[in-house]
Design a protein around this ligand. Structure first.
Ligand code: PGA
Length: 245
């Protein structure tokens, strides 16, 4: 694992955007595994700015998002589809036919999970997977559990995730309780992983994920077994990691 210490959120965003744009410049057909949440917003802003300057071209890239809430249509302003369009896709030249998210309106979870795993397989897997990390060390919506989920699956969000996501809704009651999430197989088979974290409320999750046992109770800990992981985090998020002591 490469651990890159960023000075602050802006520095983290620029460094991460540099790696993503390098990926797309080197391989324009790259399959990007993209993530939602507050942390990647600065990365998307930076990539949009470089796109506007003509430095990076997304016309041949593929995007496969990690997760989506169940019960929200792609037009719902709280859906991850809407988030991705507002924060990224609508501002770059990615081909809408190459943009994939789980379908939160599909009530048959078996069908939807199988369909999404096929999307990932048909695109040849993910070249670069961008990940945030939850306070409970979830990646995507792979929540702490007694096992690692292999394929795309429907998850019941944990109380801590619902509380953390309440900030995007009027109240905790409005936060969907179920989501579709890509499983650990697609994440671990990604050729490169880029995990970003900012702020001291992520410090414990980073320390437990990368400097403790590999266990499904700490979902991101599985990344210790991946051969090409880059973590870019600010000093606050790295404050409990041995390297910065
Ligand atoms: P955040 O979420 O970037 O909004 O903190 C990260 C995550 O839950 O994966």
């Amino acid at each position: 694992m490469r651990l890159i210490c960023a000075k602050n959120y802006q520095d983290m965003s620029r460094k991460a955007a540099n790696l993503i744009s390098a990926q797309v410049i080197l391989c324009p057909e790259s399959v990007l595994g993209l993530a939602t949440g507050s942390t990647p917003i600065g990365i998307y802003r930076q990539l949009i700015s470089w796109y506007e300057k003509g430095d990076v071209d997304f016309s041949k890239a593929v995007s496969i998002n990690l997760d989506e809430y169940c019960g929200l249509s792609p037009r719902d302003p709280q859906s991850y589809s809407c988030f991705m369009h507002q924060n990224f896709f609508d501002h770059i030249n990615i081909d809408p036919r190459r943009v994939y998210l789980p379908d939160g309106m599909q009530t048959n979870s078996t069908l939807e999970c199988a369909r999404y795993d096929r999307v990932i397989a048909d695109n040849g897997g993910i070249d670069l997977q961008l990940l945030g990390i939850g306070r409970n060390a979830h990646i995507g919506f792979n929540e702490p559990d007694d096992h690692f989920s292999k394929g795309t699956h429907q998850v019941a969000l944990t109380e801590s995730t619902i509380q953390a996501n309440t900030r995007f809704f009027q109240s905790a009651d409005e936060v969907p309780k179920l989501a579709y999430s890509v499983g650990m197989q697609a994440i671990m088979q990604a050729r490169k992983i880029l995990l970003v974290a900012c702020g001291e409320d992520k410090a414990e999750a980073l320390q437990r994920s990368f400097f403790g046992p590999v266990t499904p109770q700490i979902p991101a800990s599985i990344l210790q077994l991946h051969q090409d992981v880059t973590v870019i985090a600010d000093t606050a998020a790295l404050s409990l990691c041995p390297v910065t002591r």
